[in-house]
Design a protein around this ligand. Structure first.
Ligand SMILES: Cc1cc2nc3c(=O)[nH]c(=O)nc-3n(C[C@H](O)[C@H](O)[C@H](O)COP(=O)(O)O)c2cc1C
Ligand code: FES
Length: 582
C-alpha cells in the first residue's frame, strides 16, 4: 500500500551551506530504487515534498535536502532518531545505455547523478556546476566513481563560468555517446540544444510541483506529460520544443509561471492540434441536449492543463473532458501530504481544490476544445455570485456544459451541500448565465450529506443532470505519532477508488428512484463490468477518476472495448439500450 511509512533518521550531514543529507535504514526502498527516481518525504506536522534518491546502498537510502520551503526548513531542524514519513520510490529512471557517458549537473541536481554513478560502472564524466566552490554538492562522492570536471560561476574552483559553457568546450574533444542532465531547467534546455547539434541522445531529469506522485492530480504536468508517471526522466526529443519544458513552469495552483523571469505570453502558438474523435454507433449518445461520441469522461481533478486532458480524448478515447474544479481567484491548495492510499486501490486526497482561477483557464480550455469532444467546466465559489461569475467566464471561453461542485469534503465547499436551499440558489444563479446559451448545468453531490435532498434541491434549481459521487469524507491518523496525516487544516480528506464503488452504486440506485434527471455516475469505476452495472442501474454516463491513476490513460478505451464486446454478443446496438429506469 502506498502510504507514508515512518523511518528513523540514522545519520545527518551538512553537505553545503544550504543542503543536508539524511540517511535511513530501508531494505525495501534500497532494493527497489533506481537512479532518477524520487521519494515523497513527509515531515510530520509540516509538509510533504518530492526528493531524488542520492544513494541506495547497504540497505540504506540517502537523500539530500536543500532548505527551500516550509517542509525542508522543518526537516533541517530534525535530529538523528527523529521520525520521517516516506513513500515511494516513484517515477522512471535513467537508462543504462551508452559506453562513454556524461552528465551535466547544476544546482541541486547532483544527488541523482551520484546515485547513477554508484550503480552504473561506466566510463562516466560529470560536469558539475555551482555558483561557488562551497555549493558543489556530492563532488567527493561522485569522484569515487567518475571523472569530475568542475565549473563555478565565481571561479573559486575549476572552470570560471557556467557549467554549460565548460560542457560545450569539452564536447568537441570527447566523443560522448550518451548525455544526462539534472539541475535548473534553463541549464538542461541549453544542454539539449548543445547535444542536438551533435546528435547525442540525451536524457533530462525534470522537476515540477509533485503532490500525489501517482499520476492522479496533474500538478506535476509538463504540458501533457505527468513527471511522476511518464517521468521524471525524459528523452530530450520527447519534450524539447513539444512541451512546456524550458518554456514555462507551473505554480502550486497549476497556473503557468515563469522560469527565471522568462514567461512566453504567446500561449496561442502552443495549442494542440485539431482532433476528430472516431465515430462509433455503439456509444454515440446525447446528454442534456449535447452530443457525446461516447459516455465516458474523466472526473474532475484528474488534470489541470488542457494538454493533459486533451490526451485523455485523443490517446485514451474519452468522450468528454472535465476540468479541475475552478473558482474565481487562483488557489494553491493545502500543504502535504495531499494524497496516499488507505487501502489497495483506495486513495484519500486533500488537495484543497488548487486551481489557476478561471481567468487563467482560457488556454487550458482552448487546448481541451481541440479534442472536439464536449468540454465540461467544473466550478465552485464562496457564494452563489462567485459560482455564477466563474460559469459566466467559462461560457465566454466556449465550454459545452457546467458541473457545479458543492461537495468537496475537505474544503469550505463541503458546508454548501449541508444547506439544500443554498444549493438551489447556486444552481439557479449558474443556470441563469448558462441556459440562455443552451449550456446545461449538472450538480455534483457527495455521500457526506443527505444526497437525496441535495439532488432534489438541484432539480428544483433547474439543474439538467446530477453527477454522483464526490469523495467520502475521512480523517486518517498516524497512531504512532498520534497525528493527523493529511495536510488539510481539518485533517479530513476524501476517499476515492475501489473503496467507494459499492457506495457509489447504492447512491445511484437511491437517486434513480427519487429524481428524474439524467445521472452521471462516478466512484470506483475501473472496468467495463463496473460501467455496465452503472448503466443498468440507470446512469446515462460514467466518469472515471482513480482508474486513470492506476490503469493509465487508455482505461477509457479498455472499458469501451469490453463493453462493446458484451453489447455485440448480447444484441445491443447502442449504449442507451442498456440504461434502465425504474
Ligand atoms: C486527486 C483528486 C482530485 C480531485 N479533485 C476534484 C475536484 O477538483 N473537483 C471535484 O468535483 N472532484 C474532485 N475529485 C473527486 C473525483 O472527481 C471523483 O468524484 C472521485 O475521485 C470518485 O471517483 P473515482 O473513484 O473514479 O476516483 C478529486 C479526486 C481526486 C482523487
Ligand atoms: S503529482 Fe503527478 S499527477 Fe499528481
Amino acid at each position: 500500500m502506498d502510504k507514508p511509512k515512518l523511518y528513523k533518521i540514522e545519520k545527518i550531514e551538512q553537505k553545503t551551506p544550504k543542503v543536508k543529507s539524511f540517511c535511513f535504514y530501508s531494505e525495501k526502498i534500497s532494493r527497489e530504487a533506481k537512479p532518477g527516481q524520487f521519494l515523497m518525504v513527509w515531515v510530520p506536522g509540516f509538509d510533504e515534498f518530492p526528493i531524488s534518491i542520492a544513494s541506495a546502498y547497504n540497505r540504506r537510502i540517502e537523500i539530500a535536502v536543500a532548505k527551500v520551503g516550509k517542509g525542508t526548513e522543518a526537516l533541517h531542524k530534525f535530529k538523528v532518531g527523529d521520525y520521517v514519513g516516506i513513500r515511494g520510490p516513484y517515477g522512471n529512471w535513467f537508462n543504462n545505455l551508452g559506453e562513454k557517458v556524461c552528465a551535466v549537473v547544476g544546482g541541486y541536481g547532483s544527488p541523482a547523478i551520484r546515485f547513477y554513478a554508484e550503480k552504473n560502472k561506466k566510463d562516466l564524466t560529470v560536469f558539475l556546476g555551482a555558483k561557488t566552490k562551497e555549493e558543489l554538492l556530492y563532488k567527493e562522492e561522485i569522484e569515487k566513481f567518475a571523472r569530475v570536471k568542475v565549473a563555478t560561476e565565481d571561479g573559486s574552483e575549476g572552470f570560471k563560468g557556467l557549467v554549460t559553457e565548460l560542457f560545450s568546450q569539452e564536447i568537441e574533444k570527447e566523443k560522448f555517446d550518451r548525455v544526462m542532465s539534472c539541475g535548473p531547467e534553463i541549464m538542461m534546455k541549453k544542454v539539449c540544444e548543445i547535444t542536438r547539434d551533435y546528435k547525442i541522445p540525451t536524457q533530462v531529469l525534470t522537476e515540477r510541483i509533485v503532490k500525489c506522485a501517482k499520476g492522479f492530480c496533474g500538478s506535476c504536468d509538463l504540458g501533457g506529460y505527468r513527471i511522476c508517471k511518464e517521468g521524471p526522466v525524459f528523452d530530450s526529443e520527447k519534450i524539447y520544443g513539444k512541451t512546456e519544458f524550458g518554456v514555462w513552469t507551473r505554480d502550486k495552483s497549476g497556473k503557468r509561471a515563469s522560469i527565471k523571469g522568462i514567461l512566453s505570453e504567446d500561449f496561442s502558438s502552443f495549442l494542440s492540434e485539431q482532433f476528430t474523435p472516431k465515430r462509433d454507433e455503439y456509444f454515440e449518445t446525447e446528454l442534456c441536449g449535447i452530443k457525446f461520441p461516447n459516455p465516458f469522461m474523466n472526473s474532475s481533478g484528474f488534470g489541470i492543463s488542457g494538454k493533459l486532458l486533451y490526451r485523455y480524448a485523443i490517446e485514451g478515447g474519452a468522450g468528454a473532458l472535465v476540468t479541475k474544479s475552478v473558482c474565481l481567484e487562483e488557489k494553491e491548495g493545502f500543504d502535504g501530504p495531499n494524497f496516499f492510499e488507505i487501502k489497495k486501490f483506495t486513495p484519500i486526497n486533500a488537495m484543497g481544490l488548487p486551481n489557476p482561477g478561471i481567468g487563467n483557464m482560457k488556454y487550458e480550455i482552448e487546448d481541451m476544445k481541440k479534442a472536439n469532444v464536449p468540454v465540461i467546466l467544473s466550478v465552485f465559489g464562496k457564494n452563489p455570485e462567485e459560482y455564477k461569475k466563474v460559469a459566466e467566464i467559462g461560457v465566454d471561453y466556449g465550454i459545452s456544459m457546467v458541473e457545479i461542485n458543492v461537495s468537496c469534503p475537505h474544503t469550505e465547499v463541503s458546508s454548501i451541500e449541508e444547506n439544500p436551499e443554498l444549493v438551489k440558489e447556486i444552481v439557479k444563479e449558474v443556470a441563469r448565465v448558462c441556459h440562455p446559451f443552451g449550456i446545461p448545468v449538472s450538480v455534483k453531490i457527495s455521500p457526506n450529506s443527505n444526497y437525496i435532498e441535495v439532488a432534489k434541491a438541484a432539480e428544483e434549481g433547474w439543474a439538467n443532470s446530477i453527477v454522483a459521487i464526490n469523495t467520502l469524507r475521512y480523517m486518517p491518523i498516524d497512531k504512532k505519532l498520534n497525528l493527523k496525516m493529511l495536510g488539510s487544516p481539518s485533517g479530513f480528506g476524501g476517499i476515492s477508488g475501489k473503496g467507494i464503488k459499492k457506495l457509489s452504486e447504492k447512491i445511484l440506485k437511491d437517486l434513480r428512484k427519487e429524481i428524474d434527471l439524467p445521472i452521471i455516475s462516478v466512484g470506483g469505476i475501473f472496468s467495463w463490468k463496473d460501467a455496465l452495472k452503472r448503466f443498468t442501474f440507470g446512469a446515462s454516463a460514467c466518469q472515471i477518476g482513480s482508474a486513470i491513476g492506476y490503469k493509465g490513460i487508455k482505461v477509457f478505451e479498455e472499458i469501451k472495448n469490453g463493453l462493446k464486446n458484451y453489447m455485440e454478443k448480447n444484441g445491443y446496438k447502442n449504449i442507451n439500450e442498456l440504461i434502465s429506469f425504474p
